[in-house]
Design a protein around this ligand. Structure first.
Ligand code: AMP
Ligand code: ZN
Length: 468
């Protein structure tokens, strides 16, 4: 397998630290709000990378942190008028719900920064003892000039950084790019006792300490979005290597941005769509398709039209499975040469730095052959089986049986909304308000949803063309 390493700026052969095992860490959310659809890209990309390693037979340990102490969380607690731990509880719950709605498999580890404070304090003390860190009035900084390789991930040089770059001005720092390891608490802020007084750890220290603790001193893959290359990951490298004296991560992987009209989607720019809102409107698979139809390192532009197109594409894949009545097949035939060949092609493109865009094209080929009436019944089933096997590696077809069975739309949300309308219609009927009861029936019909009143209650079904 070849994977692109941001550190070397080229594709490299993947050689795990321990044969047959992959240890990977991905920078997770700061839980001060709902995550947006750009963050969702990161979650889905690393979900697929993990699934593919598993498909390749590796035993994967996947850690994704939750940053539950941060300036933004403190600011949000003031905005919402609730304590910081209530803010984080609320958004961690939402995060886990949305992860599930996105069909992302939960990571093996979801460490929270506040669970690792003592390890972080010990780590910072060790850096201090080694001469890489210094204290200034209750804050502790990392002295970047002490770490000769500083800038090796981002390609930035300290001399360039001095000029024009955006740095937080702070007179306590010896050098503008020194970064905070420990931050002194202001009155009223959450705090922990430390050798430097009351305060909290810096974000860059959180990830380096938690990844070490869970995955070991040297692990295989560290991921995140492109925006994290500098300064976050650069600073993680500086701390990790200063602490151990050797590289601690072998491959650095970064997903490209999800943009809106060419601009990176971000909370601070205000050009964002909350993932849970988009998931109310569109099934997770349409969103996943949109993400995976481009290479994970390329930028992608988000708009409604492209999600509609992605939804239509997903429906086409499902239609192949319906055509062969996949659900009612007891024994699916073994692959013959044609499916083996397609599967090998899939492995080839995915082995080439996870080229999901080309992998999706192969899913379509399998789907096309499954629908092709010129093929034998057996062959069509073989291709359908291949479609499900490979599609599942990319995270499609979760709860396939439910989705393919009659009356089920791929979006559970849609189903619940229809059920809700049916209870309203039932109430109108009880009140003999036929006008509104009929209106609900007719409006649903226009959307391609047919109602049938039976002695047991009202059943609903989706018009074949409207159904996924
Ligand atoms: P944050 O909560 O902002 O730290 O972001 C969580 C993860 O999402 C990080 O890995 C970010 O790099 C990634 N991310 C943030 N914005 C975008 C975006 N617009 N496109 C793709 N990834 C993003
Ligand atoms: Zn991180």
């Amino acid at each position: 397998m070849k994977i692109y390493n941001t550190l070397s700026r080229q594709k490299e052969e993947f050689i795990p630290v321990e044969a047959g095992k992959v240890k990977m860490y991905n920078c997770g959310p700061t839980v001060y709000n709902y995550f947006h659809i750009g963050n969702a890209r990161n979650l889905v990309v690393f979900d697929v990378i993990r699934r593919y390693f598993q498909f390749r037979g590796y035993e994967v340990s996947y850690a994704q942190n939750i940053t539950d102490i941060d300036d933004k969380i403190i600011a949000q607690s003031i905005t919402e008028g609730i304590p910081t731990d209530e803010v984080t509880r609320k958004y961690i719950t939402a995060f886990l719900e949305d992860l599930d709605k996105l069909d992302v498999n939960p990571p093996d580890y979801q460490p929270r920064a506040t669970q690792y404070i003592s390890q972080m304090i010990n780590f910072i003390r060790a850096l201090e003892e080694k001469g890489y860190a210094y204290e200034a009035e209750g804050d502790v900084y990392f002295a970047v000039e002490k770490f000769a390789a500083y800038g090796k991930l981002s390609g930035k040089k300290l001399v360039d950084l001095k000029v024009g770059a955006r740095v937080e001005e702070n007179e306590q720092k010896r050098y503008p790019f020194d970064f905070t390891l420990w931050k002194k608490a202001k009155p009223g802020e959450p705090k922990w006792q430390s050798p430097w007084g009351e305060g909290r750890p810096g974000w860059h220290t959180e990830c380096v300490v938690m990844s070490r603790d869970l995955l070991g001193e040297t692990f295989d893959i560290h991921g995140g979005g492109n925006d994290l290359v500098f300064p976050h990951h650069e600073n993680e490298i500086a701390q990790g290597e200063a602490y151990c004296g050797h590289p601690t991560v072998n491959y650095w992987l970064h997903n490209g941005f999800l943009n809106i009209e060419g601009e990176k989607m971000s909370k601070s720019a205000g050009n964002f769509f909350i993932a849970r809102d988009v998931l109310q409107k569109y099934p997770a698979e349409a969103i996943r398709y949109f993400f995976l139809s481009k290479h994970y390192r390329s930028p992608i532009d988000f708009n409604e039209e492209i999600i509609q197109q992605s939804l239509a594409a997903v429906k086409t894949l499902y239609s192949a499975l319906k055509d062969v009545d996949y659900l009612n097949q007891q024994d699916l035939p073994e692959y013959s040469e044609a499916q083996q060949k397609l599967k090998e092609q899939f492995l080839d493109v995915m082995d080439d730095d996870f080229n999901t865009a080309r992998a999706i094209a192969l899913l379509f080929e399998a789907g096309k052959e499954a629908r092709n009436k010129d093929n034998s019944e057996e062959d069509r089933l073989r291709f359908a089986r291949l479609l499900v096997e490979l599609g599942s590696v990319l995270g499609f077809f979760r709860n396939l049986a439910e989705k393919l069975s009659a009356g089920e739309d791929i979006s559970g949300k849609t189903a619940s909304l229809i059920e809700l309308l049916l209870t309203y219609r039932q109430d109108f009927k009880k009140e003999k308000n036929w006008q509104w009861a009929d209106k609900i029936r007719n409006d649903l019909k226009e959307l391609g949803i047919n109602l049938k009143d039976t002695p047991q209650g009202t059943e609903w079904g989706i018009d074949e063309n409207a159904k996924v």
